[in-house]
Ligand binder design. Structure first.
Ligand code: PLP
Length: 441
């Protein structure tokens, strides 16, 4: 029996021993097409020679230097690279080791900003239901994933949750996008008023919701409206692009497609593509200037922030994406994958919605399409699809609780940016086999 405290204590996992482009290979030689990048991580696949060389070079040269003593070339270069391509107003980057750390850091940075700016009463965070911002206590409290929160509720700080922008279920039949956005805007305004606008610190949202709602983009104009409301009340906008950022949706930052920028942007996953653990918070000049003119430091930190080897890996990943025009491929293959999914599942009696952007796509499963009735949670359809897909040699990311944390099932797809049309067909074929095997009468 394994001495590893695995994620699931009653599951025996295949032993992964190798990677070959978009495939992972187990000890028996079976190849799995990685159509979800694990959890939207492995955007360059599993054997990128340039990234491997960059990691090897950095480990051999100077693997790690604690950031309280030194800066490093990879960290400086990666910050320059990101800021040069970031949305307007961003001018520095705080490096961490993953997505939850990025969200925790952003929350604390928002709080310290207001303390130093002379508004210490600003302490409330507003987030959305059906969102995920990480598993550490602050990030978990911020997320609106009811199932993940439930047993830890007594440990969580109070966060106000408003509705997600979930057109498939919540936009009413007669409601235009504009009406729907206006309704969600009023809800945010009402919550701000209830808390007292002068007490609210930040509004946080995923531009395209990932694992909790299944690649769910907002309707046109939603983020601009939320941004306007925040600005009017002096509330910071934190965008969590941990899953949807770094090219996943076809633009380097997902918010570019919304026409908004933010005060703090969290990224991770696709930043290092799994070659090293790394995350980051992109910070507006207003926040950095306030802290610089105030105490002069951010009262936070972890041992591995700005890890030189992690930064070298991420820099190489980002250079590969840019030098090989991989975002063009994300857009082209994303469109093709979406077309193929619609051909294969568009009339499927149990696929209610196909959605997403770029190579970040979701299928929402329903018992019957007209009433959008979900399957019984006890059926654990999502878990069975994952098992069937693995048997068929396909990694996808099914999840339950799509609607409210308990009801609903979806399948998230987030394949590497390097896939071609043959991989697209393979994904759709194998996914079809897995879904049909689980839903056969
Ligand atoms: N934020 C979002 C949107 C995520 O999807 C995730 C992870 O799935 C996180 C935060 C947490 O990231 P990590 O698992 O790297 O801590």
């Amino acid at each position: 029996m394994s001495h590893v405290f695995h994620r699931s204590l009653n599951t025996s996992y295949p032993l992964a021993v190798g990677g070959d482009g978009p495939y992972l290979i187990d000890a028996g030689g079976k190849r799995y097409l990685d159509a979800c990048g694990g959890a939207a991580v492995s955007c360059l696949g599993h054997s990128d020679a340039a990234v491997i060389a960059a990691v090897q070079h950095q480990v051999a040269t100077m693997a790690y230097a604690h950031s309280a003593f030194f800066t490093s070339e990879p960290m400086e270069q990666l910050a320059d690279f990101l800021v040069a391509r970031a949305p307007a107003g961003i001018d520095s980057v705080y490096f961490v080791s993953g997505g939850s750390e990025a969200v925790e850091s952003a929350l604390k940075m928002a709080r310290q900003y207001f303390v130093e700016q002379g508004q210490p009463q600003r302490r409330h965070v507003i987030a959305r239901r059906q969102s995920y911002h990480g598993n550490t206590l602050g990030a978990l409290a911020t997320g609106g994933n009811a199932w993940r929160r439930q047993q830890f509720e007594p440990l969580l700080i109070g966060v106000t949750h408003v509705s997600p922008c979930y057109a498939y279920r919540d936009q009413q039949a007669q409601e235009t996008d504009g009406d729907y956005v206006a309704r969600l805007g009023r809800e945010l305004e009402d919550n701000i008023a209830a808390l007292g606008a002068e007490n609210v610190m930040a509004f946080i949202a995923e531009p395209v919701v990932g694992a909790t709602a299944g690649a769910l983009p907002a309707v046109h104009g939603y983020f601009q409206r939320m941004r306007d409301i925040c600005q009017r009340h002096g509330i910071l906008l934190i965008l969590d692009e941990v899953m949807c950022g770094m090219g996943r949706t076809g633009s380097l930052f997902a918010c570019e497609q919304e026409g908004v920028t933010a005060d703090l942007i969290c990224v991770a996953k696709g930043l290092g593509a799994g070659y090293q653990p790394i995350g980051a918070v992109l910070v507006s000049h207003a926040i950095r200037d306030t802290l610089r003119a105030g105490t002069g430091f951010f009262q936070h930190g972890h041992t591995y922030i700005g890890h030189a080897t992690a930064c070298a890996a991420a820099l190489a990943v980002q250079q590969q994406i840019e030098d090989r025009d991989l975002l063009d491929n994300v857009r082209a293959m994303g469109q093709l994958l979406q077309e193929r999914l619609r051909q294969r599942f568009g009339e499927h009696p149990h696929v209610g919605d196909i959605r997403g952007r770029g190579l970040f796509l979701g299928l929402e499963l329903v018992q019957e399409r007209t009433g959008k009735r979900p399957f019984e949670p006890a059926r654990r359809l999502h878990a069975r699809i994952k098992t069937q897909a693995m048997q068929a040699g396909l990694m996808c990311y099914p999840m339950g609780g799509t609607i409210d944390g308990l009801h609903g099932d979806h399948i998230l797809l987030a394949p590497p940016y390097i896939i071609d049309a043959r991989h697209v067909d393979e994904i759709v074929d194998r996914l079809g086999l897995a879904i049909d095997a689980c839903l056969a009468p």
